[in-house]
Design a protein around this ligand. Structure first.
Ligand code: DOR
Ligand code: ZN
Ligand code: ZN
Length: 351
């Protein structure tokens, strides 16, 4: 027996579509096909490409490359760097947020200098949000900057109990702060690293069971606002290589995992919609998509398999996992774009 439910077209505000510069991992076409197969009709792309999205030219190049090739609607985030501050006012209207990398990760956008960070936080237009990659201790620095300059701050991929605690306090203090959790931090822990090897390596890394429980509690308590996949594909060759590359794909597995959690009684469906639609839409000021929805079968049990994925990288850290809840149909602006098997389009727009 099937049990079909209807959801809005979901939003993933944190994806790395890798184009231009790393299309061996993913491109606008394959990445947005993965989005559609996963029930996401709006995605926001991160700026840490090999040539980073830190100039109006680089942003325009992305827009031009994506036009006519995307299956889901795509918007962009701008990158913070000493060189990009001069363009903040010019690009703010064309992007959804500014990403500030305060820890080392994929790309070369690391910012550690206090003076430059102060200039970034004071220069970015205050009606637009700042997103931070700020792990552990670094989060304190981000919170202090947002407090000092009064920015809206969205903390990406919280993974530690102490981060949840710090954000809870900051929210109580009245800071304009929201935060995101990823499916890999909700469904995997450092225990899984032995099994996954480099395929379980990402930044921030998988943490302890206790941290994971704090994330689930953070959802229940309303400390966590959004789920973002941090879809960060790398090729199998790159993952198996000498030098570690950090990141895992997630667009096609987020919703099945969350629906499984609903089936297990760990989440309500209302909460899933809040985390993947209502809140991201509010946080990033995304437009409504008319006649757009997702149908999922809550009763369908299946096993995640690398071979069935749309993402160019062709693997998932969740491969082999049994889930209950499957995307059966996606409709974008009145057109069927996924029928459970085939993807139709491209009908996506640039946001
Ligand atoms: O694991 C990660 N991968 N963390 C990041 O912050 C960046 C991402 C990527 O672009 O590969
Ligand atoms: Zn990050
Ligand atoms: Zn990311």
């Amino acid at each position: 027996m099937s049990k079909i439910i209807r959801l809005p077209g979901l939003i993933d505000s944190h994806v790395h579509l890798r184009e231009p510069g790393a299309t061996q991992k993913e491109d606008f076409t394959t990445g947005t096909k993965a989005a559609i197969a996963g029930g996401f009709t709006q995605v926001l792309d991160m700026p840490n490409n090999p040539v980073a999205t830190i100039t109006p030219q680089a942003l325009q190049e992305k827009i031009d490359l994506a036009k006519g090739r995307v299956y889901a609607d795509v918007g962009f985030h701008f990158g913070a760097s000493p060189k990009s501050i001069q363009y903040f006012k010019e690009v703010a209207d064309q992007v959804f947020g500014l990403k500030v990398y305060m820890n080392q990760t994929t790309g070369d956008l690391l910012m550690e200098d206090d003076q430059t960070l102060e200039t970034v936080f004071s220069s970015w237009p205050h009606e637009k949000i700042i997103m931070v990659h700020a792990e552990g201790e670094t989060l304190e620095k981000a919170l202090a900057l947002a407090k000092k300059f009064g920015n809206m701050l969205h903390v990406c991929h919280v993974s530690l109990k102490k981060e949840i605690e710090a954000i809870k306090i900051a929210k109580k203090d009245g800071l304009k702060i929201t935060c995101e959790v990823t499916p890999h931090h909700l469904f995997l822990t450092e225990q899984d690293l032995k099994r996954l090897g480099s395929f379980g390596m990402m930044k921030p890394p998988l943490e302890s069971k206790e941290d994971q429980e704090a994330l689930w509690q953070g959802i229940v308590d309303g400390v966590i606002d959004t789920v973002g996949s941090d879809h960060a594909p790398h090729t199998k060759e790159e993952k198996n290589g000498e030098k570690p590359v950090y990141g895992v794909p997630g667009l096609e597995t987020t919703l099945p995992l969350l629906l499984t959690a609903v089936n297990d009684g760990r989440l309500t469906m209302e909460k899933v919609i809040e985390l993947t639609y209502t809140n991201p839409r509010k946080v990033f000021g995304l437009p409504e998509q008319k006649d757009t929805y997702v149908e999922a079968d809550m009763a369908e049990s299946w096993t995640i398999e690398n071979e069935a994925l749309q993402t160019k990288c062709g693997w998932s850290p969740f491969t082999g996992m049994k889930v209950t809840g499957r995307v059966e149909k996606v409709v974008l602006r009145g057109q069927v774009v996924f029928d459970g098997k085939n993807i139709f389009g491209p009908y996506g727009q640039i946001l």
